[in-house]
Design a protein around this ligand. Structure first.
Ligand code: PEP
Ligand code: MG
Length: 324
């Protein structure tokens, strides 16, 4: 299928009205890395590090992680890789960790909450990332940050890890960029100071949507009930875009919706111009973005909202079929 899009693989993604959109890929295993070239992704916008933990039957050792992460950075050949620290709990349970008996795992002890309460694994992981990146840029993103203090505490772990490496006389990365995933509505309303401090934000639409609509992403009965292009959700995303514009905080979107062409188009039209998706989605998303005028889509979204449509999907589809 990627052959179909080979002709646009190596060209920058620019919409018909001249908006530059950065298309990145999601990854998690070494086997994903060759797709960086074959898909034309500009970088890895989300590297889900938990996959390396999930495919084993025991906790990986630090040196194994150093070797994996440095091979990932090698394979990226200078393209940016956003390493997301361990995101476990809820739908991702490590076979070698005691399962938590929680009534609502999605709202429970997961991701950065585990990382901060039991920092041993987070510290090992940060140290491994620092060692793997020595002399090269390192980008780290913390999952499931729900409030400013969690970001501050997680970043303090990174600062401590860097100081420790320096004290040991080890080489450190050329630069370190630290961001957070925005996956709970609370973070969209964090203080301005948070938005100023965080170097970038990536919207985890899969989780953000389930919490916005209170609809379990794992529950088939309710999963598809609320459209991503629902006016409430789009308006919420636009609020996030505005907050980020005010503080010039870099913003991207890395949930599954980024890889669905109509969703990707609407995200770009409301100003989210860095999208990270599975590699196979890059061709179809790029093809649609390149032949579409985003300001016209923006006008269609605004008109649908003004009319009282619940979702803008039909209006955008109609617009695209008129355009041919
Ligand atoms: C998300 O929640 O949108 C996301 C990208 O993270 P994950 O799907 O791994 O929870
Ligand atoms: Mg998530």
């Amino acid at each position: 299928a990627q052959e179909r899009y080979a002709s646009i693989r190596d060209v920058d993604c620019v919409s018909a009205d001249g908006v530059r959109i950065s298309l990145q890929m999601n990854a998690g295993l070494m086997a994903d890395l060759p797709s960086l070239d074959s898909s034309g992704a500009e970088g890895v916008g989300l590297f889900r590090t938990e996959l390396q933990f999930l495919i084993r039957n025991q906790m990986p050792r630090r040196n194994e992680l150093v070797s994996i992460y440095s091979r990932v950075i090698d394979a990226a050949q200078g393209k940016r890789v956003v390493f997301r620290t361990l995101d476990i709990g809820s739908d991702k349970v490590l076979p070698y960790m005691k399962p938590q008996d929680e009534p609502n795992p999605a709202l429970g002890w997961r991701a950065i909450r585990v990382g901060l309460d039991k920092p041993g694994v987070l510290r090992m992981q940060l140290q491994a990332l620092i060692r793997a990146a020595k002399g090269r840029p390192l980008t780290v993103m913390f999952p499931f940050i729900a409030q400013y203090s969690e970001f501050r505490d997680a970043r303090a772990e990174m600062d401590k890890a860097l100081a420790r490496e320096l004290k040991l006389g080890h080489a450190t990365p050329q630069s370190v960029e630290i961001g957070a995933m925005l996956e709970t509505p609370s973070l969209a309303y964090a203080s301005q100071t948070f938005f100023e401090e965080v170097e970038f934000l990536s919207i985890g639409g899969n989780d953000l949507k389930q919490f916005f609509f209170a609809a379990d992403r794992e529950n088939e009965r309710v999963r598809r009930r609320y459209d991503t292009l629902n006016v409430s959700f789009l308006t919420f995303l636009q609020d996030i875009v505005q907050r980020c514009e005010k503080t010039t905080t870099k913003l991207s979107f890395c949930g599954e919706d980024a890889g669905r062409p109509i969703e990707a188009l609407c995200l770009a039209a409301i100003g989210i111009t860095t999208l990270s998706m599975r590699p196979a989605s890059i061709g179809p998303v790029k093809s649609l973005l390149m032949r579409t005028d985003l300001s016209a889509v923006r006008a269609v979204i605004d008109a649908a909202r003004a009319r009282g449509d619940q979702s803008v999907r039909q209006a955008v589809k109609d617009h695209l079929s008129q355009e041919g």
